[in-house]
Every structure is written in structure tokens, then in C-alpha cells.
Design a binder for this molecule. Structure first.
Ligand SMILES: NC(=O)c1ccc[n+]([C@@H]2O[C@H](COP(=O)([O-])OP(=O)(O)OC[C@H]3O[C@@H](n4cnc5c(N)ncnc54)[C@H](O)[C@@H]3O)[C@@H](O)[C@H]2O)c1
Length: 433
């Protein structure tokens, strides 16, 4: 395959050298004379193990060359990868000037070339950027049918990038075209791991999700370590053991966007840990931020329900999670409290919660927090009969069975991703989907 790479920084240089090794013909484009000189003479522009050798091999085999001439690079290739930098502006926003400029250049070059060309965004850009900035810049020069577009984020770690290139966690290709997916896929024939086809904006979001998750994991480990150290606990040992749990900890469990956490353990333990830290003059902003963020989830859900208009609401599910009657610190109880406080005419259905059967701290909690529960706890059919808005709080069989009974005049607000939105006859809105 003939590939042109725009931007010979870390990402462009490594990707280009690996493509050349794998038998592709690569033309690197960059305005930086020094980088062109170095790569052109078979040397790496960055310190990276194994890269000097790869570049030297690529240049001497004739499969890797560099130029400033972007028109020629597009004319002589089938596919162009945008690998230019996307640094921060002083206010923290993403600077996309280089991406826009290179998109314009590629658009002009495709026009001059006169035949179909594929464009791949490899720079890290915020969800929606390819659609709102790259596409229009190219479409200014050529018709939408003249080029294909996809987003293929980069997951290399500096220092071990060549190993990472051949052994990625996965290869993500975001595009709405099957042909573009196949074309981009074919560049990676020498690469192991799953190849995932998704939407453009999903690919853009995945890159941010991965990096933010890494940053959060480091912060999590450090905040754990701060209090552990103060309490005489070996945090390395504790964290190593925590990571051995691949069922609940290092797993997809709890990684589904949805409603707030609650119950008798998570909020209480988070409070106790952060309180102990404060007692010892240790501030754990991420852990404290979790409690604040959790509260925001509930308030946001209440605001979104209130924005729908109608005042007759039925909540399907009230316990802190499905399959239990535990109401303690259930975020759905807080949501119900907010709605009742705002004058909403609320009904609640939860097959696991029977008021007369509640006892102990569970009953004390609900009598304090939601004294109206007894009056507004109804059967499934009464809940559906009452509602102008149906709020799904849990995703479980007894609730899924009710989907077909929601009428076209009832609006659904789904906190649990109970099912495909198309299953509902009327208006549907999901929390984060
Ligand atoms: N460095 C990493 O570890 C890493 C990893 C994954 C993703 N990314 C992302 O990849 C992108 C590139 O990162 P980088 O570290 O390689 O950036 P970089 O700043 O090191 O390199 C960017 C290159 O683009 C060139 N350039 C600017 N305008 C150009 C134009 N019009 N035509 C051709 N080249 C042009 C620059 O001269 C420079 O050589 C960024 O969006 C970054 O966030 C970086």
C-alpha cells in the first residue's frame, strides 16, 4: 500500500517506520527541515529504542522517504494519515490549527490528484472534531464522494513504541464506511490483537477514555498510597493484591455509564476513608471528588426529568440495585425525594420492595428519607397507568417485561439502559446514551 504520513513527530515517525518495515511504501510529510534531513538520511528524529535501525532500513530499502511537498505525497499515495500535534491552548482547550491546516492541504491535493483518496485521522482529537473540522476543510476543495474518512487512534507508549505498535491492546478504526474500514485494516496486517470497527466519534472518545483512565488509575493508586503510608500500610502490597481481583476490580464491572452509586457500603466507605485522611491533614481530591460527582449524577437526572415537563412520574426500581430490597443510600431514593419536593406526583414500583417487610436499618433509613414510600409504592400496572413519564431505574427481567406496555403517549427516561430505544413506542431519552 502507498501511504503518506502528515506530521513526523513521535507518532508519525514510529508509525511510518513500522509501515515501511511491513512492506508498505511510505512518504512522510513535514515542514520541519531538520526532521526531514534526519529521517531522509536514515536517522531517527527522536530517542526511541530500535527506531534508528527501522528508519535506516526503510530509507535504504526505498520504502521510506520524506518530503515537504504535500501535493506530490497525496498524488503518489492511496491513503494519508494525519499525525500532526494537537497541543493545549493556554486555557486548556485543544489546539486543532495543525489538523485544520493539514486537512486543507490534503483537500487541495486530492483535488489536484483527481482520483479517490482515503484520509485517516491519527492525531488525538476531541469527539466530533473529525466530522466538524477535518471533513469540512477537505470538502471545501472536493466532493464528499472523492475521499474516505476514518479515525484510527494511537496507543503507543513512548520508550516501547515499536513493541507496542506490533502488540497493541486493540486496533480501533472509526468510520461509517465498510470499505474504509477494510482499507485501514489492511495497513495493519503485521499487527496482532483485535481490530474493532466503530463510529468516528466513538474512536475519538476511546482515545480520551484510555488516557484519562490511565491518569485516574495513577491518581487512584497515589491517593490510596497517601493514606496507607500514614496508617503504616504497605500500599504496594495492598494495590498488588487489589489488582489480583479480575472479577470486580480490574474488569468491565462498574464500567458502564449509568446512574449514581449508592447502597450501604460505597458512599459510607468513601466518606470514612476521606474523613480519616482529612483528620491526618491529607487531602485526597479525587476520592472526595467522587462523592461530589456522585451527587451531581442524581441532580442531573432530576433536572433532566423535570425538563421533560409532565408532573406524573412513575419510577420503576427504587432499591440501590436490582435484586435486593436494600434502600439504604439508594440514589433512586434521593431522586424520588427531589421529585416529591418539587411537587411531582410520583409512584414507585419495585418487585423486591414490600413496605411491610422492611426492617432494621433499612426501614429506619426509608422512614427518615422517604416517609411517603408506603403511600406511593404501587404495582407495575398501577405505576404504568399513572405515568406520563416512566423512569427505568434498574435493568432486570421484571422491568424489561414492562417495556412493551409503555404506551406511545408516555415518555421514557432510562437510567439503566434497559433496552434498545427502538423498543419504545413513544419518546425515549437515556441518561448517557
Ligand atoms: N506522543 C505520544 O506518545 C502520542 C501517543 C498517542 C497519540 N498522540 C497524539 O498524536 C498526535 C501527534 O503527536 P506527536 O507527539 O507525534 O506530535 P509532535 O508535536 O511531536 O509532532 C507533530 C509533527 O507535525 C508536524 N506538522 C505540523 N504541521 C504540519 C503540516 N501542515 N504538515 C505536515 N506536518 C506538520 C510538526 O512539524 C511535527 O513534526 C497528537 O495529537 C498527540 O496527542 C501522541
Amino acid at each position: 500500500m502507498h501511504i503518506s504520513i502528515f506530521g513526523l513527530g513521535y507518532v508519525g515517525a514510529v508509525t511510518g517506520a513500522c509501515f515501511a518495515k511491513d512492506g508498505h511504501t511510505v512518504i512522510g510529510v513535514d515542514p520541519d527541515d531538520r526532521k526531514l534531513e534526519l529521517i531522509g538520511s536514515g536517522k531517527s528524529p527522536i530517542v526511541e529504542e530500535g527506531l534508528d535501525e527501522l528508519i535506516a532500513e526503510g530509507v535504504s530499502s526505498g520504502r521510506l522517504r520524506v518530503t515537504k511537498d504535500y501535493m506530490a505525497a497525496v498524488a503518489e499515495s492511496d491513503i494519508s494519515l494525519i499525525c500532526v500535534g494537537t497541543p493545549s491552548n493556554p486555557n486548556g482547550s485543544l489546539k486543532t490549527d495543525y489538523v485544520q491546516k493539514v486537512s486543507t492541504e490534503i483537500g487541495q491535493a486530492i483535488k489536484a490528484k483527481g482520483t479517490f483518496h482515503s484520509v485517516v485521522v491519527r492525531s488525538t482529537v476531541l469527539p466530533g472534531t473529525t466530522e466538524s473540522e477535518v471533513l469540512p476543510a477537505i470538502v471545501k476543495h472536493v466532493s464528499r464522494e472523492s475521499f474516505g474518512i476514518s479515525m484510527n487512534p494511537e496507543f503507543l507508549r513512548e520508550g516501547v513504541s515499536i513493541y507496542d505498535y506490533y502488540n497493541p491492546p486493540f486496533t480501533v478504526i472509526g468510520t461509517d464506511s465498510k470499505e474504509e474500514f477494510e482499507r485501514v485494516h489492511s495497513m495493519y496486517s503485521a499487527v496482532s490483537g483485535e481490530v474493532i470497527h466503530c463510529k468516528l466519534s466513538t474512536a475519538e472518545a476511546i482515545k480520551y477514555g484510555c488516557n484519562i483512565f490511565h491518569a485516574l488509575k495513577i491518581t487512584f493508586a497515589n491517593e490510596m498510597g497517601m493514606l496507607c503510608k500514614a496508617l503504616g500500610v504497605d500500599s504496594r502490597e495492598a494495590l498488588d493484591i487489589i489488582c489480583k481481583d479480575t472479577k470486580l476490580n480490574i474488569s468491565s464491572k462498574y464500567m458502564k455509564p449509568g446512574f449514581a452509586y449508592g447502597g450501604s457500603c460505597l458512599p459510607k466507605d468513601m466518606r470514612a476513608y476521606t474523613h480519616k485522611a482529612r483528620e491526618l491533614d491529607i487531602y485526597l481530591p479525587m476520592f472526595e471528588g467522587s462523592l461530589a460527582s456522585n451527587r451531581i449524577q442524581i441532580e442531573r437526572a432530576a433536572q433532566r426529568i423535570m425538563a421533560l415537563g409532565p408532573k406524573k412520574v412513575s419510577m420503576l426500581g427504587i432499591s440501590f440495585k436490582e435484586g435486593t430490597d436494600d434502600l439504604r443510600e439508594s440514589p433512586l431514593v434521593t431522586l424520588a425525594e427531589i421529585l416529591i419536593g418539587k411537587g411531582y406526583d410520583l409512584r414507585i414500583y419495585d418487585p423486591n420492595v414490600e413496605y411491610a417487610a422492611l426492617y432494621g436499618s433499612n426501614k429506619v433509613f426509608i422512614d427518615q428519607e422517604l416517609p411517603h414510600l408506603k403511600r406511593i409504592l404501587v404495582s407495575a400496572s398501577e405505576a404504568l397507568e399513572h405515568a406520563e413519564i416512566v423512569v427505568f431505574g434498574h435493568d432486570a427481567a421484571p422491568y424489561r417485561e414492562l417495556i412493551g406496555q409503555v404506551s406511545e403517549n408516555q415518555r421514557v427516561f432510562d437510567l439503566a439502559k434497559i433496552g434498545n430505544p427502538e423498543l419504545f413506542k413513544g419518546e425515549y431519552d437515556g441518561l448517557y446514551w
